[in-house]
Design a protein around this ligand. Sequence first.
Ligand SMILES: Nc1ncnc2c1ncn2[C@@H]1O[C@H](COP(=O)(O)OP(=O)(O)O)[C@@H](O)[C@H]1O
Ligand SMILES: [Mg+2]
Length: 311
Amino acid sequence: MKLANKIDIALPVGTVLHDYTITRVLSLGGFSFVYLAQDKQKNTVAIKEYMPVTLAKRDGQTHIRSNGKNEAAYKHGMKCFFEEGLALANIEHKNIVRVKNFFRANNTVYMVMKYERGKSLQDYIMALTQPVPENFMIRMFVELLNGLREVHSRKLLHLDIKPANIYIRLDGSPVLLDFGSARQALSEVTLAPTYTPGFAPPEQYIDRKHLGPWSDIYSIGASMYACLQRSSPLAANIRLNEDTLVPAIQLGKQIYSEKLLSIIDDCMHIDYLQRPQSVFSLQKKMIEVHVADDARGSLVDKIIKVLTKPL
Ligand SMILES: Nc1ncnc2c1ncn2[C@@H]1O[C@H](COP(=O)(O)OP(=O)(O)O)[C@@H](O)[C@H]1O
Ligand SMILES: [Mg+2]
């Protein structure tokens, strides 16, 4: 659906939803719309509305219902949206979007989040004319991985990590957004998977029983690759047929350090056993790149100690 048509079905500014008043549209995605809103105390929040544009329509001004094309998929999507809220409700971490409230209205569901000022890594990459600077990238990803460790420690997988779902606050710190796919780790039934070409690991296409922390690690590697190339890497299903992906070590020669480039390639291994197996081991490798030039081994140890402390 075209953006102009989506704007037509977005809730108008001024709409009141429970205790919140919509002040602006932030994003019009394929499955959900995100609005800026204010609560009664005038605090700013972001509200995500379940609105699958190909399956639903808006009745009158606000109500949503299935457009009849696939009622089962519409209902299933709503259940997944609930599960996104559930996955996030118990997590309180600086690098994970904070869910504040969840409610039903307009025959759909809404998730109220802490509003973060900044922009997505995707927008950040697009605004640059050069690859994302290495120092910024390492610092930002090492911090983002703190959030991902928290997710994995709860036996959840994100499964849709990509630059559009990584949000950069004004101070440069990252926030992981959009846990719509985390349901796949929560749910016992096998659900129709959602792929984001270029960022989804090969096992998400072929052998879903092999999904694990290394699957999110593939997407982290692909997101770093996108910071270098400034566009999505070759999709894993194409790589499975014929792997013509230019290795980062080749693509990024003289742009990033060799150590960082080989980390990117390791994360993007087609064979999941060849990738870093845990977020912690990846973090350790990345921190070593960061301080390698100064031969400050003790600093590496210190940082690792901080990282291993219980969160
Ligand atoms: N808590 C938030 N604070 C600020 N902006 C947000 C927030 N949540 C989402 N957004 C904006 O909305 C966009 C889409 O959100 P996301 O959760 O990824 O939904 P979708 O399922 O539509 O991809 C993000 O890229 C970001 O720009
Ligand atoms: Mg998203």
